[in-house]
Design a protein around this ligand. Structure first.
Ligand code: BDP
Length: 328
């Protein structure tokens, strides 16, 4: 592992002596990203790595591999835990299987709105989730935005839970989401993001769920034209570094990396707000059929078993749920 960081300039003495990068040592970080290069996450990651390069005088440089060319999100999470990927931007949904505490954000309708999610993640709960992620070998640097997720289908609009009955949905890799769709009377199957377009097209699934920018940039709107604004999930995302890469940094460089990560998150949140609007315009112009949900409560009320099951599997979620609910 150390070889990757050794380069030509790091002598044997430094290798033996310690892991922190000294002035001559250089780390070339490999960055995983699922999104296309023009996506808000992608632009913020590019900013992050180029600023880190500048402000560490090249001690830390790197490259972002966009469009999941380094593999699925599920694989990338394992890769990062093994140190094969140095930095990445993950959705907290698929992190749930590795970090049970973060499942709290995957509980449908846990956040009142996106602003509430930001307040929660920028406070004590965000801190606790960051600590939990660290135990899994991943250093959380900053929380990114991914708006809210709604259902879309190839068949018909969803207005009430009854409309979900009998339909098969793709969900992200987390059993909690299978339970979420089942609680509405449908079936769900976890699939990699890259497989969703084809699965919708060929009828392997009848629907999926995502935010406006992903619905648009993945072209899912071409094959699933009914977008129903359930907003059942508001999921934070995280810019993170592998523990292995982190441990090799000096304290001063760690500080720089954290600072730049925060700046990149601010940038990402701004880009996000603009992209949400733009993506919505693109898909509406292309002729998708949108419907608002008049009775959101019917969806919320159906989620009782999802909460019960999650707390039963992981009692630590109870306190996190209470904390989130107590934040205005
Ligand atoms: C997008 C997330 C991405 C997920 C994708 C999905 O940004 O991390 O992989 O949804 O549904 O909104 O798989």
């Amino acid at each position: 592992m150390i070889k990757r960081f050794a380069g030509k300039t790091l002598g044997a003495a430094a290798l033996v002596a310690g892991l922190a990068l000294t002035s001559g040592a250089q780390a070339a970080w490999k960055g995983w990203n699922i999104h296309t290069p023009d996506y808000p996450v992608s632009e913020a990651m590019e900013y992050f790595i180029s600023e880190v390069d500048k402000r560490t005088d090249g001690r830390v440089s790197g490259k972002v591999y966009h469009s999941a060319v380094l593999g699925s999100q599920e694989d990338a999470i394992s890769q990062m835990q093994l140190g094969g990927i140095d930095f990445a931007e993950f959705n907290l949904g698929p992190l749930g299987p590795s970090v049970p505490e973060v499942n709290v954000v995957s509980l449908p309708f846990i956040f009142k709105d996106v602003e509430h999610m930001h307040r929660v993640m920028d406070g004590q709960v965000g801190q606790e989730l960051g600590d939990a992620i660290a135990k899994a070998g991943i250093v959380a640097l900053a929380w990114y935005d991914s708006g809210s997720r709604s259902f879309y289908t190839t068949k018909h609009p969803i207005s009430t839970p009854a409309d979900v009955k009998g339909m098969k949905f793709r969900v992200m890799n987390n059993e909690l989401y299978v339970g979420m769709v089942e609680a509405l009377g449908g079936n769900a199957t976890p699939l990699a993001y890259s497989e969703v377009y084809q699965s919708l097209k060929t009828g392997v699934v009848d629907g999926a769920e995502n935010n406006w920018p992903s619905y648009e940039s993945s072209n899912h709107y071409e094959v699933a034209q009914y977008y129903s604004d359930t907003q059942h999930l508001i999921l934070p995302e995280v810019l993170c570094v592998s523990q292995q890469a982190w441990d090799k940094l000096s304290d001063a460089d760690k500080k720089v990396v954290r600072e730049v990560a925060q700046e990149s998150a601010k940038m990402q949140r701004e880009l996000w707000a603009k992209r949400e609007q733009k993506s919505r315009e693109i898909v509406e112009k292309a002729g998708i059929q949108y419907n608002a949900i008049d009775d959101k409560k019917a969806f919320q009320d159906a989620m009782g078993p999802v909460y019960e099951d999650a707390v039963k599997k992981n009692p630590a979620l109870k306190d996190l749920i209470d904390q989130i609910r107590s934040i205005e």
